[in-house]
Design a binder for this molecule. Structure first.
Ligand SMILES: Cc1cc2nc3c(=O)[nH]c(=O)nc-3n(C[C@H](O)[C@H](O)[C@H](O)COP(=O)(O)O)c2cc1C
Length: 182
């Protein structure tokens, strides 16, 4: 698939079939994430993969409880990947403080984009969730409170694999070529 077609194929999938996802395919997606660039090559990420149905059901329930209930759709996903935002290397944190940039968040975003695009290439659907009950997720998975979870990703075969129209700003609205002297 041409890269631009892959980009157009990836979409947020909020309804999944029961078809299980092989660990081989999960690892291919995580490997794509692992190869992402990061500030000072910090690689500030790790992943907890939940594909055991009982735990996944509990996790989905807890993650989308209360004010997070708009995300109850994750209950249909056979796999949930919890992304741990780790600390950047010292030099990247120092640079980030000077520049007022959280490089580890940028890095995690890039890694997760690799993951979701790789998933799309395998015919898998994903959806980022930034809105979830972090404390409950940590409790269920035994993740220490000191860790930061900024994203979870649902993964599975989409119920509707058709392409979705992208609602995006036209390029002309967000790009200008700099013209010297103007
Ligand atoms: C950082 C981030 C957080 C997101 N959080 C949620 C979420 O909590 N629930 C949800 O349904 N979609 C979430 N999304 C998906 C976006 O709504 C979606 O990517 C956007 O509407 C564009 O649609 P598309 O992914 O189908 O192209 C999130 C996406 C990103 C990048």
């Amino acid at each position: 698939m041409k890269f631009i077609d892959l980009v157009k194929t990836r979409k947020s999938v909020r309804k999944y079939t029961d078809r299980p996802v092989s660990r081989e395919n999960i690892d291919i997606c995580l490997d794509a994430a692992r190869l992402a660039p990061s500030a000072c090559n910090s690689q500030p990420w790790s992943f907890v993969v939940v594909d055991d149905k009982d735990t996944k059901d509990k996790l989905a329930e807890a993650a989308s409880s209360g004010i997070y209930r708009m995300n109850t759709f994750i209950k249909t996903a056979p796999v949930i990947i919890v992304v741990i935002t780790e600390k950047s290397k010292y030099v990247a944190r120092l640079g980030g403080t000077i520049r007022n940039v959280k490089y580890n968040l940028i890095d995690v975003g890039i890694a997760c984009d690799h993951l979701t695009l790789q998933a799309a290439e395998l015919g898998l659907g994903t959806c980022y969730l930034g809105w979830f009950h972090e404390k409950s997720v940590k409790k269920i998975l035994g993740i220490p409170n000191s860790k930061k979870l900024d994203l979870i990703i649902s993964l599975g075969y989409p119920e509707n694999p058709e392409l979705k129209t992208k609602l995006r700003e036209p390029l002309d609205n967000l790009r200008r070529y700099f013209i010297p002297g103007l």
